[in-house]
Design a protein around this ligand. Structure first.
Ligand code: HBI
Length: 371
């Protein structure tokens, strides 16, 4: 018998407070995948009748029923840090201010979902009286973060989730994480079921070494396939080097587009190619491509390899094997584009993701309260 509190809350809806990333305002694009996750959670939990509010840095876009906009100095991205990196809080930290504000909202909140990959929210978990659930946005990056994440599991078991098993596997003890996948607001994506025979390939992601664009350039140089490239040009030197190393490659940079524009252009591609060199926690672009009917051809590394249903929604090839990549591209006509969209509707819609998160919340609310 589920805990009465949990059932009761579902009757008139849970009051959910989502803490965003402190690295950038919502809408700035700095938050990367976390922004998509947040929008999708707000929409999906709202669909299921819950009341969702957001705490985010000032100048954020409006999402959900209310965005509490917090002034303060943005947090440095953890992405570039080394394993021994210390936890830093700038003077006037927006992260500290966000969590002071969250503390003051506890009396009108049933559950807090933290999306920040930062030390403070994890350490505060034991002191807040409203349950804090952490959806970890990246793989293991530093010892300090690994330790504070592990501390949460020791003091408040069941509060940790990741987007993929591969992401969990980067941490010392993968078993402490619940795998919840991710989701998108599928209604925003228009499926394109047919493309011309000479349709280009697509590459979506920050132009940065960990995304492995050089392998796609070599594919293009060897096959003559045009590749449309979307994403923030994060590393100009890398971009120049990729083109210099593959003069025959046909890479056409399309800029960084907002979701509505990206999905319309991406749908015209024959396939999306994903050649990550690091362990992508999930690979949102894989479900965005499938949502518009585009098969995904991905290296067997990280989140994307768990999203692609080999032979049904695309192909998974041995990581770093460009011959295998080329062979898979030649077979993309075998994939039913409608099946790609169907898999998103079944598995990666906002409702499907919200149901996985609500099952997680139920388990937390039903667990004996630890003093
Ligand atoms: N860095 N310190 C910090 N905190 C975050 O929440 C964070 C980050 N870097 C990147 C990031 N979040 C998001 O882009 C994730 O989607 C990867």
């Amino acid at each position: 018998m589920a805990d009465l509190r949990a059932v009761d809350h579902h009757m008139d809806g849970l009051r959910v407070l989502i803490a965003s990333t402190p690295v950038g305002a919502l809408g700035s694009g700095i938050g990367g995948g976390v922004e998509l996750t947040l929008h999708n959670l707000v929409y999906g939990l709202g669909l299921r009748g819950h009341h969702v509010e957001v705490v985010a840095p000032a100048d954020s876009l409006h999402v959900g029923e209310r965005v509490h906009q917090i002034d303060g100095a943005l947090q440095v991205s953890a992405q570039g840090l080394c394993r021994e990196a210390s936890t830093e809080l700038p003077a006037g930290s927006v992260l500290a201010a966000m969590w002071s504000h969250i503390g003051s909202l506890q009396h009108e909140t049933d559950v807090i979902i933290n999306l920040a990959y930062d030390w403070l929210p994890y350490h505060l978990t034991q002191f807040l009286h409203v349950p804090v659930l952490h959806l970890v946005s990246m793989g293991s990056l530093s010892d300090a973060m690994d330790q504070v994440i592990t501390e949460v599991e020791r003091l408040r078991p069941g509060r940790l989730a990741v987007h993929s098993a591969a992401q969990a596997a980067t941490f010392p003890d993968p078993s402490i994480f619940r795998v919840v996948g991710n989701g998108i607001v599928a209604e925003r994506y228009d499926v394109q079921l047919t493309v011309p025979a000479d349709a280009p390939l697509g590459f979506v992601g920050r132009i940065s070494p960990e995304k492995g664009l050089e392998d796609v350039a070599e594919l293009s140089a060897r096959t003559g396939h045009r590749v449309l490239v979307w994403g923030i040009l994060q590393d100009e030197v890398y971009w120049q080097r990729v083109q210099a190393d593959n003069p025959q490659a046909i890479l056409e940079y399309q800029g960084f587009l907002p979701t509505d524009d990206l999905q319309a252009q991406l749908g015209a591609c024959a396939a999306l190619v994903m050649t990550p060199k690091w362990v992508e926690a999930f690979g949102n672009v894989a479900i965005e491509a499938m949502a518009v009917g585009v098969p995904v051809i991905a290296y067997g590394r990280g989140g994307p390899a768990e999203i692609v249903d080999d032979g049904v929604t695309g192909f998974v090839v041995p990581a770093d094997d460009i011959d295998a990549l080329i062979a898979a591209v030649a077979r993309v006509g075998e994939i039913d584009r409608a099946a790609c969209r169907q898999r998103v509707d079944n598995e990666y819609s906002s409702g499907a993701m919200a149901d996985r998160v609500l099952a997680w919340i139920d388990d937390v609310l039903a667990a004996p309260v630890r003093v």
